[in-house]
Design a protein around this ligand. Structure first.
Ligand code: FMN
Length: 178
């Protein structure tokens, strides 16, 4: 039963590769900034590795989340499926930040432009017309490795909640009160 829950999570994350409308394709990435404040934002799950439980996202190397992850590399990834009333919280460590020209070249032209803005994301501008697109890109790939997974499904007669922790490369799961 516990194994099925973990396997189902893995299957759902894997489906996001082909199903762009999958509820887990967009998820919420929470980090802690240098001042200790929490910050959470929507991102796109670009790749999931079911063997290592690795989650890949793309971002602009100039975004504030990069500084936050440099200071403290842990994050929480929140996935929510409204049809199944299922929430999955993943505690993960950012284990890789790298330029990836192949992945960049595979992005749609419009998406590529997003990483070439003259102003860094979050920088003040007078109007949206101030943004120019330059030849240099700030595209970066971030990979997060899951360490803890907290699964919750609201259902009747009993809700279902289970926590899995990675211990010596093995997932150890247990049911917990919802
Ligand atoms: C639907 C949606 C998808 C997004 N996907 C990404 C993404 O994949 N990567 C990313 O860096 N920002 C993405 N964003 C923008 C982020 O939510 C955020 O505004 C931006 O990354 C700056 O975050 P930061 O200032 O906390 O670093 C997305 C926003 C929306 C609304």
């Amino acid at each position: 039963m516990l194994d099925n829950i973990l396997a189902d999570c893995s299957t759902e994350w894997s489906k996001t590769k082909t199903n762009k409308k999958h509820p887990y394709r967009n998820f919420y990435l929470a980090t802690v900034n240098k001042e200790g404040f929490p910050e959470v934002r929507t991102v796109v799950l670009r790749k999931f590795d079911p063997n290592e439980f690795l989650f890949t996202i793309y971002t602009d190397a100039r975004t504030p989340k990069m500084a936050s992850l440099s200071a403290f590399p842990f994050a929480e990834l929140l996935f929510y499926d409204s049809r199944k009333l299922t929430q999955v919280r993943v505690r993960a460590k950012c284990i890789e930040r790298s330029k990836d020209e192949v992945a960049f070249s595979q992005q749609h032209e419009n998406a590529q432009k997003d990483y070439t803005t003259s102003h860094a994301p979050g920088q003040p501008i007078k109007s949206m017309d101030d943004i120019n697109y330059l030849n240099k890109n700030h595209f970066i790939k971030l990979i997060f490795k899951a360490e803890k997974i907290d699964f919750l499904r609201l259902m009747r007669p009993n809700h279902q909640r289970a926590v899995f922790k990675l211990q010596e490369n093995q997932w150890k799961g247990s049911f917990v009160a919802p």
